[in-house]
Design a protein around this ligand. Structure first.
Ligand code: ATP
Ligand code: HSE
Length: 311
């Protein structure tokens, strides 16, 4: 029987307000819906890529610009031999959503290829390849979508001593209400609007927030963690790209949100609560008020502990 590998790569939220480019988590809707891309690899005499899925029409028209094609090329280059395969991408994630859409395709493609060829690359080599590919489409190498999408859980990018990312403990009882309004924000553009330099007091505050959040996760202090979830690096500059962000944050707080922020570079927002009834109330309000068109959606999620997996 011929070998076929199919991999599911979950959506992720980068930054989580407090960790610009260094913190991210994979997410999983509690409804059981699969929020992520799937990539299939099988043997072929020449390379082929078939695209399908809800957001297939949003992919670049030139197939060589599809990041999945570039993943295959780069993977073969790193293996030192060109190996033709037939790949299928199920593009279920909207592009430019802040849910790590390109990361889903990159991670799905590289994990499927690595499994298909009996794992020529180890975890750190894989992560490094994923960062390189993500960097090609988003304007700079950052691991805060690819690392959680690949490894699952909440990931802190350390990138020292040969280790790119390590898992942080998270609060199991938190619900993450995700709302994608249906409009596109390009990561490269959302990066370009950020300042080149920050004032000393902002750097000090940022260090306090991210240090405090990591400490609170390890010492299981949810209240402190919530207080530390502040973004003084990206949110003040990016919120203009999102529909009435300040009013949305204010309203969901009144509905029971513990904290809210921009998922990745937006326009998806996340809202945290430890209460399912409040999560449902917030979700309904966001559906009515934050979605801008029929492509928008909401999901109540938990952190996905598994990351990319063969299905
Ligand atoms: N398979 C693919 N999936 C997603 N984007 C792709 C793919 N192939 C090529 N691209 C291109 O990569 C770019 C991805 O843009 P961008 O980084 O803004 O989206 P994103 O990954 O959805 O963002 P975010 O990480 O904030 O969710 C787009 O220009 C898109 O056309
Ligand atoms: N950390 C990246 C994530 C992009 O999805 C950014 O905020 O630009």
């Amino acid at each position: 029987m011929s070998k076929i590998i199919k991999v599911y790569a979950p959506a992720s939220m980068a930054n989580i307000s407090v960790g610009f480019d260094i913190l991210g988590a994979a997410i999983n809707p509690i409804s059981g819906a699969m929020l992520g891309d799937c990539v299939t690899v099988e043997r072929a005499s020449q390379f082929a890529l078939v695209n399908k899925g809800q957001f297939v029409s949003k992919l670049p028209k030139d197939p060589k610009l599809n990041i999945v094609y570039q993943c295959w090329q780069y993977f073969c280059q790193q293996m030192g031999q060109e190996q033709p395969v037939a790949m299928t991408l199920e593009k279920n994630m909207p592009i430019g959503s802040g849910l790590g859409s390109s990361a889903c395709s990159v991670v799905g493609a590289l994990v499927a290829l690595n499994e298909f060829f009996d794992r020529p690359f180890n975890e750190q080599q894989m992560l490094s390849m994923m960062g390189e590919l993500e960097g090609r489409v988003s304007g700079s190498v950052h691991y805060d979508n690819v690392a959680p999408c690949y490894l699952g859980g909440m990931q802190l990018i350390v990138d020292e001593l040969g280790i790119i990312s390590q898992r942080l403990p998270h609060f199991e009882d938190w619900f993450w209400v995700m709302a994608y309004p249906g409009i596109k924000v390009s990561t490269a553009e959302a990066r370009a609007i950020l300042p080149v330099q920050y004032a000393k007091h902002d750097c000090v505050a940022h260090g306090r927030y991210v240090g405090g959040f990591v400490h609170a996760c390890y010492t299981k202090q949810p209240q402190l963690a919530v207080a530390m979830l502040q973004d003084n690096i990206a949110e003040p500059y990016r919120k203009q790209l999102l529909p009435h962000f300040d009013k949305t944050v204010q309203t969901v707080k009144q509905l029971g949100a513990l904290a809210s922020g921009i998922s990745g570079s937006g326009p998806t927002i996340f809202t945290i609560t430890d209460n399912l009834a409040a999560a449902q109330k917030i979700e309904s309000w966001l559906q009515e008020n934050y979605l801008q068109n029929t492509e928008g959606f909401t999901h109540i999620c938990k952190i996905d502990k598994l990351g990319a997996r063969v299905i």
